[in-house]
Write a protein that binds this ligand. Structure first.
Ligand code: NAG
Ligand code: NAG
Ligand code: NAG
Ligand code: NAG
Ligand code: NAG
Ligand code: NAG
Ligand code: NAG
Ligand code: NAG
Ligand code: NAG
Ligand code: NAG
Ligand code: NAG
Ligand code: NAG
Length: 741
């Protein structure tokens, strides 16, 4: 039953493949076949098929020279391995490489072909069909490029445990090994990339950016992680936009409008080259310059965007790119390409035609299009000199993705080598057995790949982590305009080291960066200008936290640095200056013994004391004379005494305040003054009595005699003394020490 089902599936898919399957491929047979999925075109023609006749397979458009170079990298690696006597001796690797055209449907078409081939192979269908041109199973697939495409492919390949090693899909969703069992990659995940970009933004102290992501499995998870990182760093995202190469014109217009109007000058783009292109074109059309683009790895070195005609807009772009690798001999291999020589690689013909803008003889395309510019192309021989033309294919200074492809192929070869040299009892399989290279199945290769641990020819340790990702460093690049021919130059300005868990992962050499292509000054991309010292940030309602207004500190408060959140109160002994930028010590002012006024006052007081004392002496000397008696002698003594006290108490007010002088001042003056006043009161009363001419009776005299007078003086003074005691007890004044702050 199961067998019949398989048979139906297989036969069905073989039918599908033969009918609709990819027509163009690069294929060379060998003992073991590796599959390849590469974006040799940027997209598919968007014309609708009306289904009046049997639909043709969709046409791929726009040749991707860089994608073609990646294919060449795979072929080169396989060639090297075949030539090598160390790696897989006596075994030839073959390849089957299909074009994904950067779309899911095309990639699935190709994948189906790998899968079906494997099933035909494993079912041993020779008894049913005379399969003469027997093609061995595809043991592993290298690809695909875009994360969206890889995701779809991984779903299918995972079903059959066919290992898939991507060289350019960095979506972190693909790290989920429950869902994508057989997916592996030689590119770091976006997990780190989003962090790296956030670190860059933090490094340049921007807090107001625009985020643009492609509407697929690459952009959406990437930007999601990026947003999370931004939130942690308190950096605000002004606009959050999606983009796609299939956007209608008006959608691009609206997006460009929003970007043009935004005050944010830094645009973070998580998308691949073809997806960003329409936006960049629109920006170029509008000539919107002075924006700083922060490119994700997918377009950081894309030949589609890095064109001289776009440089007005994109010069100065900061890109997070993969670390460049070095493949010895690869340049020579690339230059050797010839349509006649590489007959097994069908893409070479189109590459040739696109490069030289001509048509090779008996090209299918020549007949296809009888209209338009195509017919104006001349015929070419296939012997033109490739080194004489300007083409992105040869225009590389750094190999990034190509190197990943190379590493992927070598990893597979190494896994096969491990199977080959496996000794029984040390294998990875049940009971430590080994797999048989002759009857090897894809899942065995997968198992071996997951346990790979080797050092490649560059001396780099290769090991897939538990998520089947390869950790690597990013380099930070800056797009410069080349002085010679105006082309784009990717200047390395730093790197991002993922292996450090904490701390300085990011290193940037600021001096090498040319902003917007000419300036060395870091562009401004904050929502608000920093608040100057002396002011603090004030929240603006309904705006993100990055936007604020500056409010001046109130008196007695200060802020001494830029961007202060709150004003700080000055210490007790100081006060803010006019600009509220710092606190000044309050000045200590007192009446000193040395200053003229102090001296004059002291002299007056002492004179007063002496004069009063002199008068008192006179009173004592003539105490028995009637006139002295008549002035109420005892009361006069008290009055004169209180005056002496009054005069001397003013001396306590001169000089630097001490605890005791502070406490003494008011009570001493107050009490002696009250004493003085009450004496005068009593005396006045007496004078009043005299004027009323009441003859004092003896009783009256006795009562209105000394006792009552002194009682009155005592009572008044007592009240004052009590007040002073209460004051001294509850709130004694004291001297604040300088050291108290
Ligand atoms: C492999 O060897 C052949 C000749 O044996 C040579 O032409 C070819 O360039 C070699 N390829 C590589 C990648 O070394
Ligand atoms: C490779 O083939 C040669 C000749 O057929 C043979 O002498 C050699 O032992 C083989 N090497 C391996 C590793 O099988
Ligand atoms: C295979 O070929 C043989 C002879 O060439 C023929 O007799 C047989 O019927 C074929 N089998 C199938 C399944 O086509
Ligand atoms: C952008 O600004 C222009 C004029 O400054 C205005 O006409 C246009 O509506 C604005 N667009 C958006 C999306 O705000
Ligand atoms: C674009 O604007 C810049 C100044 O912002 C100017 O120098 C340049 O000539 C403009 N380019 C075009 C094509 O208008
Ligand atoms: C051929 O191209 C011309 C303009 O280049 C156009 O007017 C005409 O419709 C085209 N014919 C076909 C069959 O596409
Ligand atoms: C492993 O070995 C044991 C005993 O030698 C045997 O019973 C068992 O079937 C073996 N398992 C496999 C998967 O070969
Ligand atoms: C890889 O192998 C080396 C020794 O060959 C070993 O030291 C290292 O720990 C291994 N790495 C991992 C991740 O297993
Ligand atoms: C990453 O960069 C650091 C610093 O340049 C270096 O020490 C480390 O070996 C690099 N790691 C890899 C995997 O290249
Ligand atoms: C922009 O904002 C950041 C963080 O809020 C701040 O550190 C930086 O100084 C500001 N840059 C400028 C030029 O104001
Ligand atoms: C306040 O700041 C302004 C500008 O920085 C300066 O000109 C002025 O002298 C300052 N005034 C005071 C009182 O510090
Ligand atoms: C697919 C491929 O390139 N195969 C070649 C591998 O190398 C051997 C010997 O160098 C050739 O014979 C194969 O054709």
């Amino acid at each position: 039953m199961r067998f019949v089902l398989y048979y139906l599936i297989v036969m069905g898919s073989s039918y599908v493949i033969s009918t609709y399957g990819p027509h163009q491929r690069a294929q060379k047979t060998g003992d073991i076949l590796l599959g390849g999925l590469f974006p040799i075109h940027f997209g598919v023609a968007s014309k609708d098929q009306d289904l009046a006749a049997r639909p043709e397979s969709t046409q791929c458009v726009r040749f991707n020279f860089r994608g073609f170079r990646w294919v060449q990298a795979m072929i080169f690696a396989i060639d090297e391995i075949n030539n090598s006597s160390d790696l897989l001796p006596n075994i030839t690797l073959g390849y089957r490489i299909f074009d994904t055209c950067n779309t899911v449907s095309k990639a699935l078409e190709a994948t189906l072909s790998f899968v079906a081939q494997n099933k035909i192979d494993s079912l041993n269908l020779d008894e049913f069909c005379n399969c003469t041109d027997h093609i061995p199973a595809t043991i592993a697939v290298v690809g695909a490029a875009g994360s969206a495409v890889s995701t779809a492919v991984a779903n299918l390949l995972g079903l059959f445990y066919i290992p898939q090693i991507s060289y350019a899909s960095s979506s972190r969703l693909l790290s989920n090994k429950n869902q994508y069992k057989s997916f592996m990659r030689t590119i770091p995940t976006d997990e780190y990339q989003a962090t790296a970009m956030a670190d860059i933004i933090e490094y340049f102290e921007w807090n107001w950016v625009i985020a643009v992501a492609s509407d697929d499995d690459y952009g959406r998870p990437g930007i999601e992680k990026f947003e999370k990182e931004m939130e942690e760093r308190d950096i605000c995202i002004h606009l959050n936009e999606l983009i796609s190469q299939y956007f209608e014109d008006h959608e691009i217009q609206a997006l460009a409008d929003r970007i043009e109007n935004s005050t944010a000058k830094v645009i973070v783009v998580f998308a691949s080259g073809p997806d960003v292109e329409p936006l960049i074109k629109e920006m170029v059309r509008r000539n919107i310059t002075h924006r700083t683009w922060l490119a994700s790895e997918a377009w950081a070195s894309s030949s589609l965007i890095a064109k001289p005609e776009y440089l007005d807009v994109v010069a100065g772009t900061i890109g997070v790119a993969l670390k460049a690798g070095h493949i010895p001999g690869f340049r020579g291999f690339l230059q050797q390409v010839k349509p006649k020589r590489d007959s097994h690689n069908e893409f070479v013909r189109e590459f040739w035609e696109e490069t030289f803008n001509c048509y090779l003889e008996d090209s299918p395309r020549q007949h296809e299009s009888e209209n338009g510019s195509t017919s104006f192309r001349p015929l070419c021989t296939g012997e033109e000199d490739i080194t004489n033309v300007e083409t992105p294919y040869l225009d590389f200074t750094h190999l990034r993705i190509s190197y990943n492809v190379y590493v992927a192929v070598y990893s597979i070869a190494q896994a096969l080598q491990d199977i080959l040299i496996c000794t029984h009892g040390q294998g990875l399989f049940a009971n430590h057995s080994c797999a048989d290279l002759k009857k090897m199945e894809a899942w065995q290769v997968l198992k071996q790949l997951r346990h790979l641990n080797y050092t490649n020819s560059m001396g780099e340790k290769m090991h897939f982590d538990e998520n089947a990702d390869l950790a690597a460093n990013y380099t930070i690049i800056n797009w410069h305009r080349s002085a010679e021919d105006g082309s784009v130059l990717f200047q390395e300005v730093g790197y991002y080291n993922m292996h450090i868990k904490r701390g300085a992962k990011l290193f940037i050499d600021k001096t090498q960066i040319l902003w917007n292509g000419y300036s060395s000054e870091v562009p401004f991309s904050n929502c608000s200008e920093d608040c100057e010292p002396g002011t603090r940030k004030g929240i603006i309602d309904s705006m993100p936290t990055c936007c604020f207004e500056c409010t001046e500190c109130s008196d007695g408060e200060y802020s001494n640095h830029k961007d202060a959140g709150v004003c700080i109160k000055c210490p007790y002994n100081s006060w803010s200056n006019g600009n509220h930028t710092f606190c000044l010590l309050k000045e200590i002012e007192f009446l000193s013994w040395t200053e003229p006024f102090g001296i004059a006052l002291a002299i007056c007081a002492v004179l007063g004391v002496f004069m009063t004392a002199f008068v008192m002496g006179v009173f004592v000397r003539f105490r028995n004379t009637p006139i002295v008696k008549a002035t109420n002698r005892e009361l006069s003594y008290v009055l004169l005494f209180s005056l002496i006290c009054c005069f001397s108490s003013s001396l306590v007010f001169i000089g630097e305040p001490q605890d005791w002088t502070c406490r003494l001042r008011q009570p001493a003056f107050g009490i002696s003054f009250v004493l003085c006043i009450s004496c005068i009161l009593v005396k006045t009363n007496r004078v009043l009595l005299v004027f009323e001419a009441k003859i004092p009776t003896s009783l009256h005299r006795k009562w209105w005699g000394l006792n009552l007078q002194f009682l009155l003086v005592f009572l008044c003074t007592f009240v004052q003394v009590m007040i002073c005691v209460v004051w001294l007890y509850n709130a004694p004044s004291f001297q604040l020490q300088e050291s108290r702050h």
